[in-house]
Design a binder for this molecule. Sequence first.
Ligand code: NDP
Length: 444
Amino acid sequence: MKASEVLDNLKRRFPNEPEYHQAVSEVLGTIEEVYNEHPEFEKSNLIERLCIPDRIFSFRVTWMDDKGQIQTNMGYRIQHNNAIGPYKGGIRFHASVNLSILKFLAFEQTFKNSLTTLPMGGGKGGSDFSPRGKSNAEIMRFCQAFVMELWRHIGPDTDVPAGDIGVGGREVAYMYGMYKKLARENTGTFTGKGLEFGGSLIRPEATGYGNVYFLLQMLKTRGIDIKGKVVTVSGSGNVAQYTVEKLITLGAKVVTMSDSDGYIYDPDGIDREKLDYIMELKNLYRGRIREYAEQYGVKYVPGARPWGEKCDIAMPSATQNEINGDDARALLANGCFAVSEGANMPSTPEAIEEFLKAKILYAPGKAANAGGVSVSGLEMTQNAQKLSWSAEEVDEKLKSIMANIHEQCVKYGTQPDGYVNYVKGANVAGFMKVARAMMAQGIL
Ligand code: NDP
């Protein structure tokens, strides 16, 4: 089957999964050229095998809320592709979670993990459980109930979950605790664990730091210094917080952060002290970003995203499809010359087209946010060796992995006019490695 036919076929067989179709379409649109150079891929129907997950588990999760009422949610684990290593990818808890979203994330994860150079396949999981407004006890009971079903499908050499939206250190710890009780082993079958029980230094920081390291590589290609540049960031969770931390350290000025209710605009820039306030607000009190505006007397815009604010660089770090065509045009009109994605697939196809047409520096999430899963891979290595590395050691490895991903994007994405199309570069580099591994291992 031709690459172009695969998408129509998937749409027919798996209707009502728009995010999944979107992610597949973006990749297929960029790999056609290399695909056509390898007739053996078509003969073995490689693209279709790469697009459809190896298997999907779905299950009911039953738990008791604080009022004593019995609640149910759906739980899922997608094991997408393990050609280059055990399935690896985060768990998302959010009311919007469904098969389409998890299939897009697992598909993307497969290419991202391939780019990291570490031996990890792609997977993703989650639940439509919303942690918002839940007590700590309810979170614990839900995590335990979720793992009671999930545990039999995962293991240190088969499938290693981690965090994602709504799943941070607290949730990973509750899930890992229950997993150990059921599996009766202590081999680290989750990453993003606490430091006291097998976690890696720099894992919480890794996605945000890694995105900034990737941005620095892109800026270097045009001789631009990050110092003094105005940056808009969306989100105020794990990825956003450490993106902002690294940007502040490097002398950039971050003027926005957001949550699902709205965004704050701080014209003086978010400094270290203000970031500490946000970290406490979000990680401890589980408050809303609006409270930052009240605390520091700055603008709060409810129900909106920050892309209309003037900036040099934008770093979307909240969720999928948070930059549409109009947002992209607004960013470009305001002089934005770089977009580096902390979130997964935050830009719609129309927005991506605008960025590429304008030839700005544009890094897709599967390259720019690969730092998180990279340090997860390093956490797995430390667990297997039963030792732990220093923060400096992990940070150095992270920097070198991000530089390597950048290099691969330049290698496969440089156009005849010299413009680096990072979308194409990341997709082709990620694809070729998985494709070769699948070809070598036969028809499975
Ligand atoms: P968190 O749950 O820590 O934070 C998510 C942030 O985004 C919160 O501020 C949240 O606001 C906001 N948000 C979530 N959903 C929406 C929505 N539908 N509309 C507007 N805002 C929303 O998640 P992470 O920081 O871990 O993840 C952020 C992004 O980064 C995701 O796309 C994730 O897939 C990606 N990513 C994460 C990695 C990691 O290591 N954690 C690795 C690679 C990618 P609110 O609190 O109101 O919900």
